[in-house]
Design a protein around this ligand. Structure first.
Ligand code: GLN
Length: 532
């Protein structure tokens, strides 16, 4: 079969059960695709010509992936009862620790580090019998919206190689959108699963805070971090979500709540009349050009609202009055937690150690030399901001005030959910911007502002899903639409997401990626200018 890598995870799983495709074939097809389209793994000829591809992967796990695929095929041949996604390969954001593979958080601080254990979500992926293709690129320690802040070079958007794939999980999103993996895991602290999904035309879900274990997930901001699925279809996200969710005694923030029924709701939503009676709250503050949402984003958003109505949903206007303060509150709370979580990279306990070039060899000087060399500019900026916000004398004015705003935002959501079942807004105010346009030499605030629709969700701890809403007329690049549900009601996201996806696919005559340029030709024709 040609182009096995274009099949969704659900289709692959079905074909494996039917004996039409083996896990070895599927895994090999994705490894070949990675070799044809990705950075370090890129085939020799292209590499020699200075081409670097998407750079979605930091590590490709060829041998282990194929050996797991072989063992799944053998188990199936022996008639063993296997989990739903058995044999379907997956990529993992390099913020999640995996035994036997490097975990770097895209930082020099952890370069070359091998975890002695698996994170709980990796144990679950292994128990689900999914071959792990490798580890994907990200902004250093998940801080950023572009993947340009990786210590190992930017990831490129498969829709246009001069564009960012979003961040921090740009590697997972580009891998999925670029057909290098049918599924990937991401982490979302302020949008790092959803915004990359939006700008790469894929699907991303941030589950309810605490509903998926974070044991073995390198911490960015612990009151906000959450693991979730990156996929090309809503059904695939539901399948993966069911495989990784559940209570974990090893994570003190883990909740003991029921898992699912995500797959069932995705199927129900996609069926005829699947959205009948669903009350969808349109967030007044989050879809106006006056608020920085581009015309292309607003147009695709408004069109999607019409499709939702046509599918039986009832639209209600709702307001989140404090949402405008969300970015300020998020960047204070997140940076404060970052400054605390990253304090352990001190040149003594973890990772890199750099000795001062001259002068006395005190612990403070070793720490300073290590942190100066090990962290990139964005990590340093946030550590400094967070340390300042937490310092005596400023704590109440900054961190304390931000926590109060957080409470107000949570109340806004609670009030809105009294009137509707889910909320809707665009996922991001713009499509993918050009690589280099928001780096530190220009304006980090421009990057932070792009998080306006995603960070309130993390501050409130509620779940949200982003899916493609079409292409913007200005640049032909994907636009994302985001649904938000009350805490523990993740299943509603799958119903409404699958309902809209079905309506849009029907209108477009197929999935959005039918319009995506051929990645291999893009790479052949693109001038990488020697930059990775
Ligand atoms: N863009 C956000 C930030 O820069 C989100 C990061 C994340 O979710 N990990 O903080």
């Amino acid at each position: 079969m040609s182009e096995i890598f274009k099949l969704s995870a659900a289709e692959l799983a079905e074909k494996m059960v039917a004996g039409e495709v083996s896990s070895v074939e599927a895994t090999q097809a994705h490894l070949d695709r990675i070799a044809a389209t990705d950075g370090e793994a890129l085939e020799a000829g292209n590499r020699a010509a200075g081409k670097s591809g998407l750079n979605a992967f930091l590590h490709v796990n060829t041998e282990e992936a194929l050996s797991e695929a072989r063992s799944v095929d053998e188990a199936r041949a022996a008639g063993e009862q296997l989990p739903a996604l058995a044999g379907v390969p997956i990529a993992i954001k390099d913020l999640i620790v995996t035994k036997g593979q490097p975990t770097t958080a895209a930082s020099r601080m952890l370069e070359g580090w091998m975890s002695p254990y698996d994170g709980t979500v990796i144990e679950k992926v292994r128990a689900a019998r999914m071959p792990i293709l490798g580890k994907t690129n990200l902004d250093e320690f998940a801080m950023g919206s572009t993947t340009e802040h990786s210590a190992f070079g930017p990831t490129r958007n498969p829709w246009a190689l001069d564009r960012i794939p979003g961040g921090s999980g740009g590697g997972s999103a580009a891998a999925v959108a670029g057909f290098q993996a049918p599924l990937a895991l991401g982490t979302d602290t302020g949008g790092s699963i959803r915004q990359p999904a939006a700008v790469t035309g894929s699907v991303g879900v941030k589950p309810t805070y605490g509903s998926i274990s974070r044991y073995g997930v390198i911490a960015m901001a612990s009151s906000l971090d959450q693991v979730g699925p990156c996929t090309r279809t809503v059904l695939d996200a539901a399948l993966l979500h069911e495989a990784i969710a559940g209570h974990d005694p090893k994570d003190s923030t883990s909740l003991n709540t029921p898992v699912g029924p995500y797959v069932e709701q995705a199927r129900a939503g996609a069926a005829e009349g699947g959205l009948k009676g669903l009350r969808v709250g349109v967030i007044k503050e989050l879809h106006q050009t006056s608020e920085g949402f581009t015309p292309g984003v607003c147009n695709r958003f408004n069109e999607s609202l019409k499709y939702l109505e046509a599918a039986g949903a009832e639209l209600i206007e709702v307001s989140l009055p404090t949402v405008e303060e969300a970015i300020a509150a998020y960047y204070l709370i997140m940076s404060s937690e970052v400054s605390s979580n990253l304090a352990k990279y001190d040149g003594v306990r973890f990772g890199l150690r750099v000795l001062p070039e001259e002068g006395p060899m005190t612990i403070e000087r070793v720490m300073a030399a290590t942190r100066a060399a090990g962290f990139g500019a964005e990590a340093k900026r946030r550590i400094i901001l967070g340390t300042y916000a937490l310092s005596a004398g400023y704590y109440d004015a900054y961190y304390g005030s931000a926590q109060k705003v957080r409470t107000l935002i949570q109340r806004d959501y609670a009030a809105a959910f009294e009137k509707c079942d889910v909320l809707v807004s665009p996922t991001a105010p713009t499509t993918a911007f050009k690589i280099g346009s928001t780096d530190e030499s220009s304006d980090p605030m421009a990057m932070y502002k792009g998080d306006i629709a995603t960070v309130p969700v993390n501050l409130a701890g509620v779940p949200a899903l982003s899916l493609p809403a079409g292409l913007a007329e200005e640049d032909g690049l994907p636009v994302g639409i985001q649904f938000t549900a009350p805490a523990h009601e993740d299943a509603r996201l799958y119903r409404v997401g699958a309902g809209l996806e079905a309506a849009l696919n029907q209108a477009w005559g197929g999935p959005i990626w039918k319009n995506m340029p051929d990645t291999e030709s893009l790479i052949r024709d693109f001038d990488f200018g020697g930059v990775k």
